[in-house]
Design a binder for this molecule. Sequence first.
Ligand SMILES: [Zn+2]
Length: 253
Amino acid sequence: MRAARVYRTPAVVLRRVRLGEMDMILTLFTAYHGKIRAVGKGIRRPGSRSGGHLDIPMHSTLQIARGRSLDIVTQSETIDAFVALRDDLTRTALAFEVIELIDRVTEEGHEDRALFEFLVATLHRVADDPDPDLAVRFWEMGVLERAGYRPNLHTCVQCDHPLERVDSFCSATAGGILCPTCGARVPGARPIGANAFAMARLLQNGDYATACRVRRDEDLRRDLEAFLRAQIAHVLDRNLASTAFLNRVRSMT
Ligand SMILES: [Zn+2]
């Protein structure tokens, strides 16, 4: 059976690359077709009606026509524009991290409805929640798990002893948390405080609601962010480009 020539799907815009004078090649994460690329015709034209529906990280319902090489977006209706991002550079930078991470860990053409829902929920949290950083940490933990890199938070990755909730060490190359004894001996291991470690477990268990209620001080934030960023950089074999942007924004504010 031939595939339908036109299909509709909710989608989030991940990336836009210029194509000629007026068009853009869009990288989209869609609900029904996973990550795809499609041409947005005429969206660089001043006053283009469809252009605004296709900004990063807009959540829209798109109608897409199959093309010979690339598919073409023929209609778009915005579902969520995440307007709260527009006036907040820090939240915008965090949203770019969310977007870049999903773009880096997914291949084109693999449907993953749950990941799509998680992406949309995360963008809402980054736009509207009191603590957008925690939403990004939850996202990072979830994406690591889906990508098959679940950090070991229950036994020391070196000596295999059950971990206690104490100040410990972490190492992305070793694959998770080290007990205080091993951590002090493993080159490159960095400290992670007991509270950040406990928070990492909450996030790994998917308990975002409880995580939101835990008091979070600067030490916890710093340790948790460093832990998850190191894990992700290890998996991707590089840092996210958007992290440098976020760091610049933070240094300005
Ligand atoms: Zn150990």
